[in-house]
Write a protein of this length. Structure first.
Lengths: 413, 256
């Protein structure tokens, strides 16, 4: 039994590991989703399915160039082709923080029941790690998870599995950063990240996806957010040929907050699809989602943002906005904001805009003497920087701003 | 400086004329006020002069310093010394106010063969301008107009005007929505910029700003035309009597 685009014997891999076996059974019964599936209707996985990916079984690497990840100060945890590399990683010497590799992952709640790729990760994870922050702990430095993938020789399959548990009243920042040193390398990354934020705790989660432009990146993130807790997530999708990013935040107590902001920048024939769920199951929750997209050339962006407000979840205040700028006549946007509200006393706003550059913005800048080209580039840059401004790690802001600059100089206006 | 003759304009793609044969002449050193009821075409006039792409001029002439500006792009009009303070300044998230001001200053300087400024020089220059309109330095680090209050946006327009030092500035309802303090700040900002070789056109509903910025000429605009011009006493009369005494005969064709 196998998955046809993986050159991996999943049956043997999962043998004797109930967690993997469960994942495999689910994956095989679900099958690879097709565009007939409502959640997958705008993109095609055929490009992925044409490939053959293998797990990189080479021995542990010691000399690897990690400069692409930038200079941010923090505790580095390095994965090569989805496999955790203790020799390249820092030990986290911060009081109240523990880190371990797990043979068998712990998963207290599964928000991706029925999802093929989550099941595939469960059956075939290439490494599973867990970061635990005890209660009443402030982790001063960010925890930096660096995922480096891609080579000339091998079309690698990676399925890192990360669990982050932040105890009550604690505060931490994690960065998940996906990148390659081999531009144009073909590979497939299928990460799964499970987060639990305890009572009154705060977790800031930056996700930077700068995969090879020929790579496939299909990521799942779930966050269970406790009473009065704050989960703030900022996702930057710049790389990959095909990126599918699903993020599900679930309120598990009163008065919790999520922020799920995102910036997507696409060029050439890149495809990016973001599906998010903000699930308000308890009263007095708040949420904020600003998802911005710049689509150039023949690229294609999909956004599907669901806000659930359950029956008992009164006094919810939720904001969602998806703003898209088409930078070329051949780029394509699909957007679908969705509200499902079962409570009667809530405040939810959502909206989506798709446009060329705003005429009024352009006129305003031109009326100040700026040329058409200068004005368009300024607006494009500003549009992207609005999300980057929220990042609190200066080195990461610099790296992301450079990405914006590299993107903007290629825009033909 | 500005000579507008028989100007007709409409929204591009629509049939209804908004400006219907407007005449206006502004000379160096003058301050003009254009008053008029809602919908009379005051804002359209300012946008047509600045070159807004949504409007189409169907007839007439606009000469600025003797040059026909009709076919000029908005940026070229700005570079030749025209400035429009917007009624509703546009928010541009993510674009730093100081960077924007410097790019704008340099674009205009470059077009006029003047010295451009590097970021450090410009910072000193712009801080001097800030003081004159009582704006805090933190304005410079914020995104252009983003999250600014109404009064802050209007002051930011005056700051831009102070930085760009135009020959002719149109101020489109810069006074609306300002409290008395903000109105005085904005007015003194304008007065500081008044020089013998520049000119201002204030578009306003109310006489109150004209207490602080004294106009040389007051025009009344109704239905796309300037129907009456006079000195500042005309503004007071409008404040007391409204526009009815002008609109009714106009409707009957007496003034037209």
């Amino acid at each position: 039994m196998s998955v046809d685009f993986l050159n991996i014997d999943l049956k043997t891999l999962s043998n004797g590991n109930a967690f993997r076996e469960g994942g495999l059974t689910r994956a095989l019964s679900l099958g690879v989703p097709t565009s007939k599936n409502e959640e997958w209707r705008f993109i095609s996985l055929k490009g992925l399915q044409k490939q053959q990916f293998s797990i990189n079984n080479e021995s542990v690497l010691e000399d690897v160039d990690l400069s692409t990840f930038g200079e941010a100060d923090g505790y580095k945890l390095v994965f090569i082709d989805g496999v955790f590399q203790p020799k390249l990683s820092d030990s986290i010497k911060s009081k109240g923080v523990s880190f371990q590799q797990l043979e068998i992952p712990s998963l207290t709640a599964d928000a991706f029941d029925g999802d093929f790729f989550a099941a595939l990760n469960a059956s075939s994870y290439t490494s599973s790690v867990e970061i635990q922050v005890q209660a009443n702990t402030s982790v001063e430095k960010p925890i930096l998870l660096y995922f480096l993938q891609g080579s000339k020789k091998l079309s690698s399959y990676a399925a890192p599995r990360v669990s982050v548990k932040v105890g009550a009243f604690s505060k931490a920042t994690i960065v998940e950063h996906f990148a390659t040193n081999v531009a144009g390398s073909v590979y497939y990354n299928n990460p799964f990240t499970a987060i639990e934020v305890g009572e009154s705790a705060k977790l800031t989660h930056y996700r930077v996806q700068r995969e090879s432009k020929a790579a496939f990146h299909i990521a799942r993130v779930q966050a269970h957010v406790g009473k009065q807790a704050n989960y703030s997530s900022y996702t930057f999708n710049f790389g990959a040929k095909l990126c599918r990013n699903d993020i599900r935040a679930i309120q598990t107590g009163l008065e919790s907050h999520f922020t799920i902001d995102g910036l997507v920048m696409l060029q050439d024939d890149q495809v990016s699809d973001t599906h998010s769920v903000m699930d308000h199951a308890f009263p007095y929750g708040t949420s904020h989602q600003l998802h911005k997209v710049l689509a150039d050339d023949k690229s294609h962006s999909v956004f599907n943002g669901k806000i659930f407000v359950r029956q008992d979840a009164q006094k919810i205040d939720s904001f969602q906005e998806n703003r898209n700028i088409l930078l070329s006549n051949n780029a394509k946007i699909n957007t679908k904001p969705q509200l499902e509200i079962f409570a009667d006393d809530v405040k939810c706003s959502h909206g989506a805009t798709i446009g060329q550059m705003e005429t009024e913005e352009l006129f305003y800048l031109k009326s100040r003497g700026l040329s058409e080209v200068q004005s368009k580039l300024l607006i494009t840059r500003g549009f992207a920087l609005e999300v980057i401004e929220e990042v609190e790690i200066a080195e990461l802001v610099a790296l992301l701003s450079d990405e914006v600059e590299n993107f903007v100089v290629k825009v033909k206006v | 400086m500005l000579k507008i003759t028989n100007l007709h304009a409409k929204v591009r793609g629509e049939d209804v004329e908004i400006l219907k044969g407007l005449n206006l002449e502004v000379k160096k050193g003058e301050v003009h006020a254009i008053m008029g009821p809602n919908g009379s075409g005051k804002s359209t006039l300012s946008k047509v002069i600045a070159g807004h792409p949504a409007y189409e001029v169907t007839e007439g002439q606009m000469l600025f310093d003797g040059v026909d500006i009709m076919e000029m792009d908005p940026e070229d009009r700005a570079r030749s010394g025209l400035f429009l303070a917007f009624q509703y300044p546009i928010e541009i998230p993510g674009v730093n106010n100081q960077t924007f001001l410097r790019m704008s200053y340099n674009a205009i300087a470059q077009a006029n063969d003047e010295e451009e400024m590097d970021p450090l020089e410009f910072e000193d220059f712009v801080k001097g301008k800030l003081d004159s309109i009582k704006m805090d330095e933190s304005f410079l680090d914020r995104s252009v107009n983003t999250g600014f209050s109404g009064g802050e946006k209007k002051r930011n327009e005056i700051l831009q005007m102070a930085v760009l030092n135009p020959k002719l500035a149109f101020l489109d309802e810069t006074d609306s929505g300002l409290d008395i303090d903000a109105l005085q700040v904005v007015s003194s900002g304008i007065n500081l910029l008044r020089k013998p070789d520049n000119a201002f056109v204030l578009i306003t509903h109310y006489q109150r700003m004209l207490n602080y910025v004294e106009p040389d000429v007051v025009h009344v605009m109704i239905e796309g035309q300037i129907v009456k011009s006079g000195d500042k006493s005309l503004a007071l009369k409008l404040e007391e009597q409204g526009y009815d005494w002008l609109t009714k005969p106009h409707m009957n064709g007496i003034l037209a």
